[in-house]
Design a protein around this ligand. Structure first.
Ligand code: ARG
Length: 565
């Protein structure tokens, strides 16, 4: 349920009844329990415009606040805040309703839109590495979240499959003959070897250059080899997607090469708009107030990353019909996206209403604050990293009793992969991210394991209880009240995360929820004999709603839960 709007409405009504005009009312969550559940702090600004004393204005409003529904008590505090307490029985009823609902009371968008989420985007010449890990994990969550809220999401994997380096790779692939596919297992190595051949053997280099021309002019033999290379290379990425339970499929791949045919049109259309200028032989768009232009065609006729992105943008807006396009790409490309978005809007390639967003993220660092590398300074391969996560997860749970070897194996996968994903999602995406095994696999703190553990603990309560529960909630004390309110905040939080494309709102919420549940469970026993049935049922219902909320939240993050840890 949209908890905040409910409170906003009541307060807005109070303003109307008091005859005070106000545009919008926006309450915020109270920062301390003694401030109630919500706080309205818009009085100060209003008092300023009305030239009135804020506390007096707040006092005038107070008697008009309806105390028969959601709100039980409202008080003026500080310089003119209004603190609001919710009615325990109202909270209880709303929690019961959420429990009855498959979607826990989370409504879908009233006006769903088509959204393109561009993520992962590995480059085919190279092994997918940690740099693409963040895009893949964050992008998949953003897509899941928008789907959950009812938008029509089109996932797009803008893989880098074009460029002069492919001439070299194809030449090397052919030179290797049928054994080539074997050595392609390690793409990084394959690339290095090809590069050595290219740098040391003139005839090889010439062959590579010939291939570039041939691929570009559509020579079938070369295109076949190229296609074979892409297939194998993409296959490697798909192994990683599989291990990470990422929802990208081949259908979502719209490679750079997909836009090749449209590139000359992009140039022509920019010319027609009067936006192109030649500078040092290159075709450029000069944006207002900027010295460095956006180059869209080099002097030799070659196109650039930006040209392809312009073609992709108009395809997404005009052919796919997207009203919002999210690019989940490294923050180091912000300049590129800012420019491309501006050109796309100025040229009318994309209409003004379409919302273009660079969902930027920071660099992955090691514990000592350096960009994440292997011990010998090479780039870390994703597959190795994920395998290590599973091994480490197994290590951390191997002492748990009564786990069959198969169960242990499965659990290690769920925990290890969950840890890698959660650690990435739980920080503000724009900050750099310090990769720390010990921290991410800890049972304590804001980790997936903590959340999975809280979920498993709730399941064990129900296993021990062993009967159907009545979904009747009576809020008995402050901790139950806070847990109930927290549960009701789920929908607001999801909408905010979707608006800000910020998965860390979800993890932050889940962490608060699980921590609150832990305190509730410590203070308020559920299965002990002295607990009367009504209280027991109510606590069970709160526990069940907590479990389902954690599961739903983790599901959006693409993280699995288990019934037993
Ligand atoms: N292949 C690019 C890279 O590795 C990412 C592609 C992002 N998407 C886009 N439409 N430019 O940097």
């Amino acid at each position: 349920m949209k908890l905040k709007s409910e409170i906003n409405c009541i307060i807005k009504e109070a303003f109307q009844k008091a005859g005070i005009e106000i545009q919008t009312v926006m309450v915020t969550e109270a920062t301390k329990p003694e401030f109630g559940d919500f706080q309205f702090n818009g009085i100060m600004a209003l008092a300023k415009t009305l030239k009135q004393n804020p506390r007096e204005l707040a006092q005038k409003l107070l008697p008009h606040i309806d105390l028969t529904g959601a709100i039980a008590k409202a008080e003026v505090a500080g310089p003119g805040f209004i603190n609001v307490w919710l009615h325990p029985s109202w909270v209880a009823r709303k929690c019961e309703e959420a429990l009855q609902d498959k979607r826990l009371g989370v409504a879908k968008h009233e006006n769903p839109i088509k959204v393109v989420v561009d993520y992962s985007g590995p480059n085919m010449a190279k092994q997918m590495h940690v740099g693409h890990l963040r895009s893949t994990i964050i992008g998949d969550t953003v897509a899941n979240l928008l789907v959950y809220l009812g938008d029509e999401v089109i996932r797009q994997n803008h893989i880098g499959d074009w460029g002069t380096q492919f001439g070299m790779l194809i030449a090397y692939l052919e030179e290797q003959g049928s054994s080539g596919s074997g050595s392609l297992k390690d793409l990084e190595q394959f690339y290095k070897e090809a590069k050595v051949r290219f740098d040391t053997d003139i005839s090889f280099a010439n062959k590579a250059r010939e291939y570039v021309v041939k691929i570009q002019s559509g020579d079938q033999h070369c295109l076949n080899l190229w296609q074979k290379f892409i297939d194998i290379s993409l296959g490697h990425c798909e192994d990683v997607y599989g291990k990470l339970c990422i929802k990208l499929t081949r259908e979502d791949v719209k490679a750079e090469s997909f836009y090749n045919e449209d590139l000359p049109n992009v140039i022509e259309d920019l010319i027609a708009q009067g936006l192109l200028k030649e500078s040092d032989g290159a075709q450029c768009v000069f944006l207002e107030g900027e010295e460095i232009p956006v180059i869209v065609q080099k002097g030799d006729g070659g196109y650039l990353y930006a040209t392809t992105d312009l073609a992709a943008l108009r395809y997404r807006a005009n052919v796919l019909g997207a009203k919002r396009i999210c690019y989940v790409v490294d923050a180091r490309q912000s300049e590129h996206f800012r420019q491309v978005f501006t050109v796309a809007k100025e040229s009318g390639f994309v209409s003004k209403e379409v919302r273009l967003e660079h969902v930027a993220f920071g660099t992955m660092m090691d514990k000592s604050g350096r960009p994440f590398k292997t011990r010998d300074g090479g780039t870390v391969k994703l597959v190795d990293l994920l395998d290590e996560a599973v091994i480490r997860a197994k290590e951390s749970i191997k002492d748990k009793e009564n786990l069959e070897p198969e169960e242990l194996e499965n659990l290690a996968k769920i925990i290890g992969i969950g840890a890698v994903k959660y650690a990435d999602l739980s920080i503000n995406r724009e900050s750099n991210y310090v990769f720390d095994w010990d921290k991410m696999l800890s049972f304590e703190g804001n980790t997936s394991l903590y959340m999975q553990y809280a979920y498993a603990r709730i399941q064990s309560i129900f296993r021990r209880f062993g009967k159907e529960i009545k979904r009747r909630i009576v809020i008995g004390d402050e901790i139950e009240h806070r847990l109930g309110v927290m549960l009701l905040r789920f929908e607001d939080m999801l909408y905010r995360a979707a608006e800000d494309t910020a998965p860390h709102h979800i993890t932050g919420y889940l962490y608060e929820l699980a921590a609150l549940f832990t305190r509730f469970y410590e203070q308020n026993p559920i299965l002990k004999e002295e607990v009367c049935e009504e209280t027991q049922m109510s606590r069970l219902a709160l526990a069940q709603l907590t479990g389902r909320t954690i599961k739903e939240g983790l599901d959006i993050l693409g993280i699995e839960v288990v019934d037993k840890i």
